[in-house]
Design a protein around this ligand. Structure first.
Ligand SMILES: Nc1ncnc2c1ncn2[C@@H]1O[C@H](COP(=O)(O)OP(=O)(O)OP(=O)(O)O)[C@@H](O)[C@H]1O
Length: 291
């Protein structure tokens, strides 16, 4: 019997709501991510797809330890992504998002990506990196649409480099993107998220088997279906005399304590009041920053 590998990423019934200005989920708010479970193994190249606002970045950031969730909900390499800061400081876990993309676009490919390994090396080959150092490279890499600013050749080289890293080194990559050019043979798994909920998590081979369309057309079909169902629900709500759009709780509006009263319930940008001292800090909206 084949030995099952230890999963590198385990998401277990993840539930997440962005906190309001007081650091707590606004009363009555619905979780943005709800009942989301997923398990990934070494070598997995996971393509995360979904419409705008589906929750892809939020999921990647939670996986990258950037938002606090219950330690049992997200385990990366067996550890809590948020609570075990050594995961990211050691370089075992890395989230690359828009900032990195912009840096590469403006500063060029010599921007560091993994420790002192530059993007250039990563894209054009890490043959110069000693084998013993290669073992220190990232084990779980989270990519949030980082290829937008790359030219087609650089993008193709980066994607094939990343694929090799998974195949040869057992790295796990989760890549969220809306660009499907050149991705047909890249992912080993597809994960589709809609409205913060997992819709589908399948090996790429199974997706290909069940659809005779290209990856882009397949995803387009899923998103079209999702949009049509949403439109239908809105129509039904309207026909039943309900507001077309369900009531949203505004995450930035809060009520109840002195800071809120002075702020008229809204978050004002007052970073200097935090610097000004503890007294002001009590009334500062910035006290929601982790204390
Ligand atoms: N810091 C935040 N505070 C409150 N709400 C947020 C915050 N960041 C994102 N959101 C909301 O969470 C929802 C999901 O956003 P997210 O960026 O995770 O989606 P996405 O699938 O990555 O979208 P896109 O494809 O457009 O990048 C959106 O409605 C967004 O407005």
């Amino acid at each position: 019997m084949a030995v099952k590998p230890n999963p590198t990423v385990v998401i277990n019934k993840l539930r997440f709501t962005y906190p309001g200005i007081d650091g707590y989920p606004p009363p009555g708010s619905k979780p943005l991510i709800d009942d989301f479970s997923l398990s990934l193994n070494p070598g997995d190249r996971c393509l995360l797809v979904g419409s705008n606002g589906a929750g892809k970045t939020t999921i990647l950031k939670i996986l990258g330890g950037k938002h606090m969730v219950d330690p049992d909900m997200v385990r990366v390499l067996g550890r809590s992504a948020f609570h075990d800061t050594a995961l990211t400081s050691s370089g075992d876990l890395c989230y690359l998002g828009g900032e990195w993309r912009r840096e590469v676009a403006f500063a060029g490919f010599d921007v560091a990506i993994q420790m002192d390994i530059s993007a250039e090396k990563m894209i054009f080959g890490v043959s110069g990196v000693k084998p013993e150092r290669r073992a220190e490279l990232i084990k779980v890499l989270l990519l949030d649409e980082i290829t937008v600013d790359l030219d087609v050749l650089a993008r193709a080289d980066l994607l094939s480099f990343l694929k090799k890293e998974c195949q040869e080194r057992g790295a796990t990559i989760v890549y969220a993107t809306h660009i499907f050019d050149g991705l047909e043979d890249w992912p080993s798994r597809i994960v589709y998220v809609a409205h913060g909920k997992l819709q589908l998590a399948k090996p790429m081979d199974e997706v290909k088997e069940s659809s005779n369309m290209s990856l882009m057309r397949t995803v387009e079909k899923w998103l079209r279906k999702e949009r049509d169902e949403l439109r239908k629900r809105r129509k039904e709500r309207k026909a039943n005399g309900l507001p077309e759009f369900e009531k949203q709780v505004d995450g930035t509006r809060v009520t109840g304590d002195p800071a809120r009263a002075l702020n008229n319930g809204w978050a004002a940008g007052r970073l200097n009041s935090t610097v000004a001292g503890a007294e002001n800090f009590v009334l500062s909206s910035n006290r929601v920053i982790r204390q």
